[in-house]
Write a protein that binds this ligand. Structure first.
Ligand code: IMP
Ligand code: MG
Length: 174
């Protein structure tokens, strides 16, 4: 099987948009402390760039989540594989996602985090595929709306591969 990767969003386009998101978050939270909750594994690359584009007293924590098996369809089952390292009670938090697809994962995470009584919970996602939404999710900070294609790179995987690609692409099978 040979694979051909077609670029959907190149490094420059991603960098520019991430800088804009960081500036927007910095302006909206002013000098308030903020917690970024990085949803592993897919968001690790985006979060690393986003965090450096935010000029606030920032804390970063990680939440391990598995919503897919080896395939490309959401099971709708969200498994927490690693919990936050500290409480978020009274804190302003932003969930950092790579992509909102069916919306099931992030909707579940918002519900879960609200039970811990943070001051506020917002969602930042690099990508959104509205064509596949199964629950309505308001993404507060959104990088790009994309068409219904399975994308890889910049943290996103297909069966755990391609997370290290520096751009977002689509795999085409030849
Ligand atoms: P959702 O629960 O369907 O919104 O999907 C959430 C998770 O599925 C994302 O955080 C990704 O990890 C994964 N996912 C959804 N669409 C894609 C894709 O096009 N490429 C790679 N991973 C995806
Ligand atoms: Mg993910």
């Amino acid at each position: 099987m040979s694979e051909n990767i077609v670029t959907m969003l190149d490094q420059a386009a991603i960098a520019q948009r991430v800088a804009e998101l960081g500036a927007q978050i910095t302006a909206e939270y002013k000098d308030r402390p903020l917690v970024l909750i990085v949803v592993l594994k897919g968001s690790f690359v985006f979060a690393a760039d986003l965090a450096r584009a935010i000029d606030l007293p920032l804390r970063i924590d990680f939440l391990g989540v598995r919503s897919y098996g080896e395939g490309t369809e959401s099971s709708g089952v969200v498994q927490i594989t690693q919990d936050l390292s500290r409480p978020i009670e009274g804190e302003d938090v932003i969930i950092v996602e790579d992509i909102v697809d069916t919306g099931l994962t992030v909707a579940h995470l918002v519900d879960l985090l609200r039970t811990r009584q943070p001051r506020s919970v917002k969602i930042c996602s690099l990508l959104h595929k509205p064509a596949r939404a199964r629950v309505h999710v308001a993404v507060d900070y959104l990088g790009f709306t994309i068409e219904d294609k399975f994308v890889i790179g910049y943290g996103l995987d297909f069966a755990e591969r391609y997370r290290n690609l520096p751009y977002i692409g689509v795999v085409e099978r030849a």
